[in-house]
Design a protein around this ligand. Structure first.
Ligand code: HEM
Ligand SMILES: *[C@@H]1O[C@H](CO)[C@@H](O)[C@H](O)[C@H]1NC(C)=O
Ligand SMILES: *[C@@H]1O[C@H](CO)[C@@H](O)[C@H](O)[C@H]1NC(C)=O
Ligand SMILES: *[C@@H]1O[C@H](CO)[C@@H](O)[C@H](O)[C@H]1NC(C)=O
Ligand SMILES: *[C@@H]1O[C@H](CO)[C@@H](O)[C@H](O)[C@H]1NC(C)=O
Length: 336
């Protein structure tokens, strides 16, 4: 009996050690097993951007939506199943996240070249880096070696992901829960230097900011009338506008726009207009693009380190866990 108990303890400890060593992320993780991995992903992103220039922004957004919900484990790529409501239809992701097929494409190519080796979670991390670099932003070395989750949670996504209505102090608190500083929050929000947002995400601030029945006073009047025309009250919520003045170039224009009261989302503008702590960084980045790039890379690396510690697998198909039947009908429905 005692021997059995001891054996269990030993086994348990051993498993614990294996789990943590499997979670050791490092650059060059695939140097032996799939040396071509990073160039394959970069080429797929480049091709996708030629067909759809916005896909760079859409793909780099995946890192945020993946890493914040139970760590960077590609849980957000799982399609719903009869037993599991995944993250794709959660409040922040439904009708909003797009370009899932770009990750599928990278996965398909990698499965041909190095089957069962490169995780979907690592593809998201590489793709985000490549999207930033190919849009004119910084390049950096990513840490790899993540595993893909065996499950996903719509509830977790709903409770964690911030609303575009959020103010700076709520965002500071949220990022703090992930050990991300005010600097990280502001630098990472600079990802809104590329991409688009829907009228759905801003009509409340155009017509009824914080339930006042009035527009957000922090907006530049010309910018506001432009948005009024783009997003009339009661209009089509799926119409999109640019997140900054240069939505295909990764630069510090986003911060200049915030200083000028031309932030698209309330969560953006509030970083400048709503809180001293974040305003300081917006000011700095608006004047120093090099500093923004440096702090952005630091933030992406920290965000990329978030892990659930639950262990997992390398998925063959990013949309389903291994061994589960592929459901092409569902796939079609969620594909954009
Ligand atoms: C700080 C809290 C954040 C909030 C509240 C927020 C919210 C949003 C919202 C509402 C949109 C537009 C969605 C729509 O209208 O359909 C958006 C787009 C985007 N977000 Fe964020 N976001 C935040 C942080 C981040 C971070 C940390 C990243 C990446 C590092 C990121 C990357 C992006 C990108 C690239 C887009 C454009 C996507 C496209 O054009 O398809 N966001 N975000
Ligand atoms: C920010 O939002 C939170 C949560 O919605 C709210 O409780 C708080 O009063 C707001 N803070 C400011 C400064 O507006
Ligand atoms: C934040 O840091 C603390 C102290 O180092 C650590 O215990 C905690 O797990 C970290 N939280 C996250 C979400 O990484
Ligand atoms: C504005 O929002 C508040 C609070 O959500 C609501 O009570 C009010 O009816 C809204 N006003 C308009 C004009 O939509
Ligand atoms: C946007 O389009 C989707 C799909 O056609 C639709 O289900 C949704 O209701 C629309 N959303 C808004 C805010 O209009």
């Amino acid at each position: 009996m005692t021997t059995f108990y001891l054996l269990c303890v030993v086994l348990f400890l051993h498993m614990g050690i294996m789990a943590s060593s499997a979670d050791q992320l490092r650059p060059g993780f695939y140097a032996q097993t799939c040396p071509i991995a990073e160039s394959v992903v970069r080429n797929v992103i480049l091709k996708a951007m030629i067909i759809d220039p916005r896909s760079a922004a859409s793909v780099m957004r995946f890192q945020f939506h993946d890493c914040f919900v139970n760590g960077c484990d590609a849980s957000m790529l799982l399609d719903d199943t009869p037993n599991m409501l995944g993250e794709k239809l959660s409040l922040s992701n439904i009708n909003s996240l797009r370009s899932y097929e770009v990750i599928d494409e990278a996965k398909e190519e990698l499965e041909k070249l190095c089957p069962n080796v490169v995780s979907c979670a690592d593809i998201i991390i590489m793709a985000a880096r490549d999207a930033v670099f190919l849009s004119g932003g910084p390049n950096w070395e990513v840490k790899l070696g993540r595993k893909d989750s065996l499950t996903a949670s719509q509830d977790d996504a709903n409770s964690i992901m911030p609303s575009p209505r959020a103010n700076a102090s709520a965002l500071i608190n949220l990022f703090n829960r992930f050990n991300l500083s005010v600097q990280d929050l502001v630098a990472l929000s600079g990802s809104h230097s590329i991409g688009n947002g829907r009228c759905f995400s801003i009509v409340f601030r155009l017509y009824n900011q914080s339930g006042t029945g009035k527009p957000d006073p922090a907006m530049d009047p010309d910018f506001r009338s432009k948005l009024d025309r783009l997003c009339p009250n009661g209009g089509d919520g799926n119409v999109t506008g640019d997140l900054d003045k240069t939505p295909r170039v990764f630069d510090n224009q986003y911060f200049k726009d915030l200083v000028g009261g031309r932030g698209f989302l309330n969560s953006d503008q509030s970083l400048y207009s709503g809180d001293e702590r974040s305003r300081e960084y917006v000011d700095k980045y608006s004047r120093d693009e090099g500093l923004f790039f440096e702090d952005f890379v630091e933030g992406m690396l920290k965000m990329g380190d978030l892990q659930s510690g639950r262990g997992g697998e390398v998925r063959e198909n990013c949309r389903v866990v291994n061994g589960e039947k592929f459901n092409p009908i569902r796939l079609e429905r969620i594909r954009d």
